[in-house]
Design a protein around this ligand. Structure first.
Ligand code: NAP
Length: 463
């Protein structure tokens, strides 16, 4: 019987249960002749919505209601706590699925490539974010919050999240679903000053306007900029005159308002700086961060319609005890899948995984989300991205370009998965865990209290 009929549906494996995985599943399930198994290495679904979105941004997290709806489809299954490369290989998936889509996101971060980056007290923002969000792989990290001044390198929305979390009061944080150990650590934080560092000017800052405005609304922290650094430079001004952009105009306005001299009365201070590049992280005799060397930049035409920072040779040394680099996420390779290490992406053209040696598409394998196009855009951006991928998948499948699994029933796939991992988390299992977390939160006036160890999750629901 030909695959792709209600009697022999296309069996699709999606690897990675973040937004892209759910959006791909939702679009696939619009075709009545498709069944989806969504895998994740964690028992919990939702990827960065659970492990990345800031805990004080609960409204953004309501997007999971859409994913919940997708999960109610009888042709959808969740296989949590199952890791590709550990419990299953790509070859295994080939035995059970007609089509595979990788939606594993970008799980690590870019480095600065400057001396001192490995010193104690120098961390990536992605680690800190995963830690305060209770990601099981990061829950045992520790950060020296006894330091008074912290630098956050980068001026994207992740840098804003990190700076904001460091500046919030314990009372503000207590209303979130931040991991309880992080809440406790931040309650004792001695951090008084957070400095965000942009290498270009305010017109080039990657953060978005609502996020930067929110920094002016923290309960006990003042957000400021330095007048000279937020003045619009002639080059950016000329570019804006050629290509008007109201959002950028507004961003500059907000940042310039923050530079207006006023009494700073709050307990913490957040300084957003521009036109400086870290050139070295300086350590003390114990190998711990002591200072950050910054070079003042000017801006120059990059020849591609943008501006690039150029060092002026003027150096300042800023005493600082803790540093978070927040200069972008980076994808990691999956075993057996062609990877473009330079770009940090699964090698693909138009959502189709491509073998770099032959330049040919790999039959039946696709990508969506950050591992396809890089770590940019908001959660919703991944919807259009996943829809595009699924359209390619269904186009190819309709032409007979798909895998021919030896075992093509849902029951065979499940039996195999369970033979490799006896502690599979189904969606029903996740919903039980979700109910436990929200009940624990309710008692404390919090959205939820997260389980942060896989073993505890399994013990609470499966054992
Ligand atoms: P991002 O938006 O790409 O920002 C990266 C920042 O790092 C930029 O300011 C960039 O400056 C800077 N940078 C890169 N290399 C650098 C270097 N060597 N030295 C100094 N600075 C350097 O990345 P992100 O903040 O990780 O965010 C990822 C995506 O998630 C973004 O699309 C973001 O909007 C989204 N996100 C959204 C929210 C939200 O909506 N609330 C929250 C978090 C994340 P240049 O511009 O000069 O390269």
């Amino acid at each position: 019987m030909a695959a792709g009929s209600p009697d022999q549906p296309f069996r699709v494996a999606i690897v990675g249960a973040g937004p892209s995985g759910f959006y791909a599943a939702a679009h696939l399930l619009k075709n009545p002749s498709v069944e989806v198994d969504l895998f994740d290495r964690l028992p919990t679904p939702y990827g960065l919505v659970r492990g990345g979105v800031a805990p004080d941004h609960q409204k953004i997290k309501t997007v999971v209601r859409q994913y919940d709806k997708t999960a109610q489809d009888p042709r959808f299954r969740f296989f949590g706590n199952v890791e590709l490369g550990r419990h299953l290989s790509v070859e295994d998936l080939h035995q059970f699925y007609h089509l595979i889509c990788y939606t594993t996101g970008a799980q690590t971060d870019r480095t600065l490539g400057i001396p001192g980056e490995a010193l104690a007290g120098s961390h990536s923002a992605t680690e800190f974010v995963a830690w305060y969000n209770g990601h099981p792989d990061f829950r045992d990290l520790s950060f020296d919050l006894s330091q008074e001044r912290v630098a956050v390198v980068g001026v994207g929305n992740v840098a804003v999240d990190v700076a904001r979390i460091l500046c919030r009061t314990p009372e503000e944080l207590a209303r979130t679903d931040m991991a309880d150990y992080a809440l406790e650590a931040l309650r004792h934080s001695k951090v008084r000053e957070v400095v965000m560092l942009g290498r270009r000017g305010p017109a080039q800052a990657a953060f978005t306007n609502p996020e930067i405005k929110e920094l002016g609304e923290m309960e006990d922290a003042d957000a400021i900029t330095l007048p000279a650094e937020v003045a619009l430079d002639p080059l950016s001004q000329a570019m804006l005159e050629r290509n008007p952009d109201r959002a950028i105009d507004r961003k500059i306005e907000i940042l310039q308002e923050m530079a207006v001299e006023r009494p700073l009365t709050r307990a913490k201070k957040l300084i957003i700086r521009f036109l400086v590049s870290p050139t070295e992280i300086v350590g003390d005799e114990h190998g711990t961060v002591r200072a950050l060397r910054l070079e003042k930049n000017s801006l120059s035409d990059d020849g591609r319609g943008g501006v690039r920072p150029v060092g002026t040779g003027v150096i300042e040394e800023m005493p600082v005890g803790l540093i978070f680099r927040s200069v972008g996420y980076l994808g990691v390779p999956l075993p057996g899948i062609p990877f473009n290490a330079r770009a940090g992406l699964i090698n693909n053209t138009n959502s189709r995984v491509v073998d770099p040696t032959s330049g040919q598409p790999v039959t039946g394998e696709y990508v969506a989300g950050w591992i396809k196009r890089g770590p940019s855009g908001v959660i919703g951006t991944n919807k259009a991205c996943a829809v595009d991928t699924v359209d390619r998948m269904m186009e190819d499948a309709a032409r007979g370009e798909h895998l021919h699994p030896a075992h093509s029933t849902a029951a065979e796939a499940e039996a195999f998965v369970r033979s490799r991992q006896s502690e599979v988390f189904t969606y029903a299992d996740w919903l039980k865990l979700d109910a436990l977390e929200t009940a624990a939160g309710e008692a404390l006036g919090r959205p939820r209290v997260k389980f942060t160890r896989i073993d505890d999750m399994v013990a609470a629901v499966l054992r």
